[in-house]
Ligand binder design. Sequence first.
Ligand code: HEC
Ligand code: HEC
Ligand code: HEC
Ligand code: HEC
Length: 340
Amino acid sequence: MKALVPIFLVVAILFAVQIIVSFDRWPVDSVQQGFRGTGMVEISNPRIEADLVKANQPPDSYGPTEPGGPKASEIYQNVEVLGDLSEDEFTALMISITAWVAPEQGCAYCHNVENMASEEVYAKKVARRMLQMTKTINSQWKDHVADTGVNCYTCHRGNPVPQYAWFQETGPAQSVGGFNAKRQGQNVATERAVYTSLPYTALDELLVADGNIRVQSAGALPIVGETGVGLQATEHTYSLMMHMSDSLGQNCTFCHNTRALGSWEQSNPVRTKAWYGIRMARDINNTFVMPLQPLLPEAHLGAQGDIGKVSCMTCHQGVNKPLYGAPMLTDHPTLGVASN
Ligand code: HEC
Ligand code: HEC
Ligand code: HEC
Ligand code: HEC
C-alpha cells in the first residue's frame, strides 16, 4: 500500500501538468456566430489577441494631398499608370509606396536616382504592374475587399518580398521506401498544411488552378462516380480550409455550420466573402503576379524557380480583416480607381 502512494502522486502531477499545458489560461472570450445550439462559437484568448493587434497596425500616413495643378503626365516622362495625379498627389504616393515596400532601400529600390524616368531597374516595372493589380483588387473585387480596400502595405508590410508570399513546396524526398510508397505530396508536417497530414499542394491546386472545392456528397454512397470528385480533391479541399482558418485566425464555425459543411443556407454570411476571396486570389496570381516571374532576380524566387504568390495569409496574417479593417484608401484614393 505504501508503494502506491508515490505512484498516485506521480500520476496526479503528470495529470496536472497535462491540464496546464493543454488548456488556455483564464480569461478566454467566446463570441456566438450562428444560431443557438449549433456550436457556432469563436473562442479567443485576449493575450494572443493583444499581440495580434500590435502586429497588425495600419501604416504611417503621407496624405491626403490636394488635387489640382498640372498633371503628372505633363511633368514627367514615363508615367503610364499615375498620369492623372497632381504633382503633390504623385509625390505623396511615391513616398508612401517607399514606406510600404522598401523603407530601408528608399527610392533607389525602384529608381536609378540619377534619372527617375529610366526603366532600367526591374523593381520599377514590377511596381507598375503592382499598382495596376492594387487598383484592380480595389475596383473589381469589392465583393471581397469592400470599401476597406488594400494598398501595398496590406501585403508587403515594409518588405520588398512580402513575408507571406508562398512558393511551391518541395517537401522531403517523395519516396518513403517500403512497397515503393509515394508521399503524394502529403503525410508530412508542413506549415503549408498547418501541420496536418493533408497535402501541401492545396494552394497550387486551388488558389492557382481552379480545382474542385465542392466535394461533399449529397447521397450516402461514395462520392466518386456520383459527382466525379475523388479523395485527392477532398484532401486538397480540407487542406485549403485549414489554411483559410489559420490565415483568418478563426475556427471552421466562423463560416460553416459543421453538421452540413456544404450547405450555404446553414452557413454564416461571411462564407460568401470567402468564396469571392478564393476567386480573387486565383485572379491575382494568374493575371498579375505569375507573369512577372521573368523580371525577378533568382534570389527572390522559390526553390522551384517560381515567384512568390498570394494566399489568404498574404493579406490577412491571422486576422479576420487585414489590419483589423483599417481603411487603406483614404490617403491615396487613386488606388481605388480602376486601372487603365
Ligand atoms: C516600389 C517602387 C518605387 C519606389 C520605392 C519609388 N518609386 Fe517612383 N516610380 C515607381 C513607378 C512604378 C513609377 C512609374 C509610375 C507610372 O508608370 O505611372 C515611378 C515614377 C516616378 C517618377 C516619374 C519619373 C518620370 O519622369 O517618368 C518620379 C519623379 C518618382 N517616381 C519619384 C520617386 C521618389 C522621389 C521616390 C522615393 C521617395 C520613389 N519614386 C520611390 C516606383 C517606385
Ligand atoms: C495582394 C498582395 C500584394 C499587394 C497588394 C502588392 N504586392 Fe507587390 N508583391 C506581391 C507578391 C506576391 C510579390 C512577389 C514576391 C516575390 O517572389 O518577389 C510582389 C513583388 C513586388 C515587388 C518586387 C520585389 C522584388 O524585388 O522581388 C515590388 C517592387 C512590389 N511588389 C511593389 C508593390 C507595390 C508598389 C504595391 C502597391 C502599389 C504592391 N507591391 C502591392 C504581393 C503584393
Ligand atoms: C472563411 C470561411 C471558411 C472557413 C473558416 C472554413 N471554410 Fe470550408 N468552405 C468555405 C467556402 C467559401 C467553401 C466553398 C468553396 C467553393 O465552392 O469555392 C467551403 C467549402 C468547404 C467544404 C466543401 C463543401 C462542399 O460543398 O462539398 C468542406 C468539406 C469544408 N469547407 C470544410 C471546412 C473545414 C473542416 C473548416 C475548418 C478547418 C473550414 N471549412 C473552414 C469557407 C470557409
Ligand atoms: C488582397 C488581400 C486579400 C486577400 C488575398 C484575401 N483577403 Fe479576405 N479580406 C480582405 C479585406 C481588405 C477584407 C475586409 C473587407 C471588409 O472590410 O469588409 C477581407 C475580408 C474577409 C472576410 C470577411 C471577414 C469579416 O469578419 O467580415 C473573409 C471571410 C475573408 N476575407 C476571407 C478570405 C479568404 C478565405 C481568403 C483566401 C482565399 C482571403 N480572404 C484572401 C483582403 C484580402
